[in-house]
Design a protein around this ligand. Structure first.
Ligand SMILES: *Cc1c(COP(=O)(O)O)cnc(C)c1O
Length: 401
């Protein structure tokens, strides 16, 4: 019998387009590694046969060299609120974060601080610490509550005339806190600093308006809500107004003005291509194209609407089924403050997660005691949420026994 919320969901049929949709497995980790689309297998096979196998080295001239910018523009249009020419695909999120952080601090000479919060994702914090050491800068930490995130007041208290760069996640990886990116960017700019937004947990699930919010720089993953597959290359955005002035630190030949001139020294390309370093991971960019077109056909606002419905359903079930077992919500309760996942805390959640994986129920565990449910909007059903949360309760009851 169809769950009444699935029956009323205008996007319900999209779930059938994903590999494994008909199995009983409950997948709550589409925010760490999205499911593949059924269209992706044939796309990869076609690429091997026709493009790689058929065009061979000619493929670079014909299509592959410009693919990172073409996909970047489409991603920008569908999910980032970014006009063409500002987004490209390449490298890992970590490497792109390094490139943009390093470029940003160099663009604010004389300013000595990078502002970042203590609960930002580890790679962001480690990179900021490394760059601070490399460039003789200081980190100014914002302390945040683990079930919330960076508020305008917290940021306003941390920035000032010494701030070169602010690095924040749009959606917090642990709590799901959805930052007010427009207001945080304004506060950053009022202090004369640049804003670098990490979009790993929002791209593809939460509408983003980089141009309208006046964000300077952004980076995000494509293997989470963009279903690009394990290790698919990340994306970066550099606002038009910075494209000719920022210099990135990994000056490779493919970001140079005329790579095939093979000249004696590096001069950066015009536009977003100057943030490319080496040969793009073309095979890794194939799968994300299927998901970008799916999000385009559903519309990011409708995707967000379903996302909010899924997370609020999970929270209400959590209240009735999990709270009596001592489980505490560790994500914002207000829909407007929450991204696409929900975290529930209990001291036994590490063991609960391990036991659930054995039973084909796949959430994520995040210290301390957090069971994280990532509800990828187009591939998750309400029935799946209901079944999964009841199995969390059952498993927790057994383990607490
Ligand atoms: C997943 C994630 C990353 C991952 O970076 P990789 O280089 O792809 O390993 C970085 N930042 C945030 C906020 C993330 O959620």
């Amino acid at each position: 019998m169809t769950h009444p919320l699935d029956a009323a969901d205008p996007l319900a049929s999209y779930r059938d387009l994903f590999v494994g949709a008909s199995s009983d497995l409950v997948y709550f980790d589409g925010n760490s590694l999205g499911r593949p689309l059924s269209a992706t297998g044939p796309r990869l096979a076609r690429f091997v046969e026709e493009e790689w196998g058929g065009r061979l080295i000619r493929g670079w001239d014909e299509r592959w060299m410009s693919l990172p910018q073409e996909i970047g523009d489409e991603l920008g249009r569908v999910t980032l609120g970014a006009a063409p020419g500002q987004t490209t695909i390449g490298d890992s999120t970590t490497v792109l974060l390094y490139k943009l952080m390093r470029a940003a601090v160099a663009a604010r000479p004389g300013r000595t601080e990078i502002v970042i919060d203590r609960d930002n994702f580890p790679t962001d914090r480690y990179l900021a610490a490394g760059i601070a050491e490399e460039c003789g800068l200081t980190l100014r930490w914002i302390d945040v509550s683990l079930d919330a995130g960076v508020t305008p007041d917290l940021l306003a208290a941390a920035v000032g005339p010494s701030t070169a760069l602010v690095v924040l996640s749009h959606v917090a990886y642990r709590s799901s806190w959805l930052a007010d990116a427009a207001l945080l960017t304004r506060i950053t700019h009022d202090a004369g600093a640049l804003m670098l937004l990490d979009l790993c947990h929002s791209a593809g699930s939460v509408p983003v308006e980089l141009d309208a919010w006046d964000v300077d720089l952004a980076v995000g993953c494509t293997y989470k809500y963009l279903n690009g597959g394990p290790g698919s290359p990340a994306f970066c955005y550099v606002a038009e107004r910075h494209l000719s002035s920022l210099s990135q630190p990994i000056q490779g030949w493919l970001g140079s003005v005329d790579p095939f001139l093979m000249g004696p020294s590096y001069a950066p390309a015009a536009g977003i291509r100057r943030f490319v370093s080496g040969t793009p991971a073309v095979v890794g960019m194939l799968a994300m194209q299927d998901m970008i077109s799916l999000v385009s056909s559903a519309g990011i606002d409708a995707v967000r609407e379903k996302s909010v419905a899924l997370t609020s359903y999970a929270i209400s079930l959590g209240e009735s089924v999990l709270a009596p077992l001592g489980v505490v919500l560790a994500s914002p309760r207000a829909d407007a403050d929450r991204g696409g996942h929900v975290t529930f805390n209990h001291p036994l959640m590490r063991e609960v997660t391990a036991a659930l994986w054995q039973r084909d129920v796949i959430p994520d565990y995040r210290d301390p005691g957090g069971l994280r449910l990532g509800l990828s909007p187009l591939s998750t059903s309400f029935a799946e949420v209901e079944r999964g949360i009841h199995l969390v309760a059952e498993t927790l009851t057994d383990l607490a026994g």
